[in-house]
Design a protein around this ligand. Structure first.
Ligand code: CTP
Ligand code: CA
Length: 232
């Protein structure tokens, strides 16, 4: 047992990890974005590479330096992230969607910078739905490939965080869902994190609050336990 026995449990595995947050342009200088820093995705990539995996990181608007031994593909929008993830997911043993993908994008992108009319109140911005990349990955996954989703949830009047998360796992159809409780600002841009990993078969693994590398290590241990054994 112990860390040394786990050190190379991902040797020979190809993993694709999306990280960061997409930006959906309104005009040449403005976008709709979100607060995802990419740090948890970076930690996942670093730890997977250290444990022997061949890692591709599809990074949406993350400025961090490439983790050692990891190939980084930079993207901006949800459509760019979609194309890159699908291209890289062929032959992957594991695809982890830790990126925050904008649910909607502006219906059109202005070619020139939008100017304000000093007299009138602004128009509303029409939005259209972005494709659900995780659902697409689930629909096209190859035998033995594991698809892992992330969910940042808050409890509300309807249900608590884990109830929302279980419903999301069922809805998405992925193998594992990594759940973050984001009530109260403990996640975005922070060095520490805490998650629960829910599996489609009902298993759940709590990974206690700690540095994002430690949380990443816990997530990979759950993933590795579910990979189809290889006898080569
Ligand atoms: N995701 C995706 N494509 C989208 C939206 C989300 O691939 N267009 C992925 C995320 O990368 C994440 C998972 O789906 O792994 C869950 O994202 P989340 O935003 O929590 O789920 P939604 O179905 O968009 O639900 P919500 O209404 O709560 O935002
Ligand atoms: Ca969403």
């Amino acid at each position: 047992g112990g860390a040394s026995a786990l050190a190379h449990d991902l040797t020979g595995r190809r993993v694709v990890i999306s990280a960061g947050g997409t930006r959906e342009p309104l005009d040449p200088v403005r976008y709709l974005g979100n607060r995802s820093s990419g740090k948890q995705g970076w930690a996942l990539a670093r730890v997977a590479a250290a444990r022997g995996a061949e890692v591709v990181l599809v990074a949406a608007n993350v400025e961090l330096p490439a983790p050692f031994g990891v190939r980084v593909v930079h993207v901006g929008t949800a459509e760019e992230l979609r194309a890159a993830v699908h291209a890289e997911a062929t032959d992957a043993d594991v695809v982890v969607m830790s990126a925050a993908v904008a649910d909607f994008r502006p219906a059109s992108v202005a070619e020139a910078k939008m100017k304000k009319d000093s007299a009138a109140e602004p128009d509303s911005v029409p939005l259209v739905r972005n494709p659900d990349i995780l659902a697409e990955l689930v629909a096209k996954r190859s035998p033995g490939q594991l698809v892992v989703g992330f969910a940042a949830e808050t409890g509300d009047a309807d249900a608590d965080v884990l109830t929302h998360a279980r419903a999301k796992l069922a809805r998405k159809g992925c193998d594992l869902l990594v759940v973050n409780d984001v009530s109260g600002d403990l996640v975005f841009g922070q060095a520490d994190n805490a998650v629960v990993v829910l599996a489609a078969d009902g298993e759940s693994t709590e990974i206690p609050r700690g540095p994002k590398d430690g949380v990443a290590a816990g997530i990979w241990t759950v993933v590795a336990s579910r990979l189809t054994p290889r006898y080569s």
